[in-house]
Design a protein around this ligand. Structure first.
Ligand SMILES: Cc1cc2nc3c(=O)[nH]c(=O)nc-3n(C[C@H](O)[C@H](O)[C@H](O)COP(=O)(O)OP(=O)(O)OC[C@H]3O[C@@H](n4cnc5c(N)ncnc54)[C@H](O)[C@@H]3O)c2cc1C
Length: 327
């Protein structure tokens, strides 16, 4: 029976959905590898309630590292706790949610504990002589199949949306305090605070029609034709993450794993490649129309209607056709 651990991410006692997805992945992996229950780890300060929430899942134990030195996340503090636990406990697999935070510390943790590293996993299956893991590469255009060589612990981060949170098996797990050795913690970063990104709050979940812009649109100054299309459709404008990060649209227009999840009657994806973090936020739409110049773009795998072409030509033509049809 394999020894599976899962590290649950929390901030200010709140557990993001992807933490539950990691628990679901750990439970699925444990069942696949001969039963048994995974053990969870929660790190922070004043995290009793969050740990109690995790303990409502079917787990062998929830280890709680509750220490003032862990109040705000730092890679040095997190690695200090987890590296000691991994060296002492020698788990076969440790599952993490794939987030900006785990991207920050898990590779270093792998290096310090001489563990294998499998980032951005979306699935696994039995293969010849062991598990075969699936990871999207090249922006989701290809799915790589990976086998781990050698012995020892493997650290795995799971992509958001790949192991749905509603797959978590409920149960009752004992809470176990995890002693924190202050000498092992390296406060290698001082977090001065977090700032919520300001902006009007738009609730895109209520929209029936959405026109979403991707990086392919090319810039804030090229949004005009999309706004025209949205106007004739009576649609809200939304976007993929690079559009938001580039400041072309306000943050509350972002769709995806770190934005809003929508299910409108019509979703028009313009110049969006279809990375998994975007797809999890919109794949429940009733009808998806994708406009992309690359016929191999993964967005076409979820679209009912696909237009392969230059969006700068297709979008005005579509707007004119809709206007003509409306009379
Ligand atoms: C932890 C984490 C969280 C994330 N959260 C989110 C999230 O919430 N939402 C999100 O969207 N992403 C998120 N991402 C980013 C995600 O991985 C992708 O990088 C992003 O979705 C890509 O955006 P895009 O499709 O607009 O850009 P690209 O992947 O660059 O795609 C641009 C597309 O436009 C097409 N194109 C270019 N020019 C034209 C043209 N003239 N005509 C037609 N087509 C054209 C290209 O063929 C390409 O397919 C997250 C990533 C991480 C690591």
């Amino acid at each position: 029976m394999a020894k599976i651990w899962v590290v649950v991410q929390q901030r200010e006692g709140q557990l993001p959905r992807i933490s539950w997805e990691a628990v679901a992945a750990a439970q699925k992996l444990a069942a696949h590898l001969g039963g048994g229950k995974p053990e969870a780890f929660v790190l922070g300060a004043g995290i009793g309630l969050a740990a109690a929430e995790v303990a409502k899942a079917d787990l062998a134990a929830v280890h709680v590292a509750d220490d003032e030195a862990l109040r705000t996340y730092t890679p040095g503090g997190t690695i200090g706790v987890l590296a000691a636990a991994i060296r002492a406990g020698r788990p076969d697999y440790v599952i993490f949610p794939h987030t900006y935070q785990s991207v920050d510390f898990v590779p270093r943790l792998a290096q310090e504990t001489e563990s294998g590293l499998l980032p951005e996993v979306t699935g696994f299956a039995a293969g010849d002589g062991g598990l075969v893991w699936t990871r999207p590469i090249l922006g989701g255009k290809l799915q790589s199949k990976v086998k781990v060589k050698g012995e020892g612990t493997v650290l795995v981060s799971v992509q958001s949306g790949a192991f749905p949170a509603d797959g978590v098996i409920k149960g009752e797990a004992p809470l176990q305090p995890l002693a924190v050795d202050p000498a092992g913690l390296r406060a290698d970063r001082e977090i001065l605070g977090y700032e919520e990104v300001a902006g009007e709050k738009v609730d895109l979940t209520k929209a029936d029609f959405i026109v979403a812009a991707g990086r392919g649109v090319g810039g804030a100054d090229k949004m005009g034709p999309l706004e025209e299309l949205a106007k004739v459709l009576g649609a809200e404008i939304a976007a993929s993450r690079p559009v938001i990060d580039g400041g072309w649209l306000p943050r509350d227009r972002q769709i995806g794993s770190s934005g809003q999840t929508v299910a409108p009657r019509l979703y028009v994806a313009v110049g969006i490649s279809g990375a998994i973090q975007h797809l999890v936020g919109m794949k429940g739409s009733s009808v998806i129309v994708a406009i992309n110049k690359d016929p191999g773009a993964p967005i076409f795998s979820v679209a009912q209607y696909g237009i392969v072409g230059d969006l700068h030509e297709v979008v005005p033509a579509l707007t004119a056709a809709i206007q003509a049809a409306k009379g």
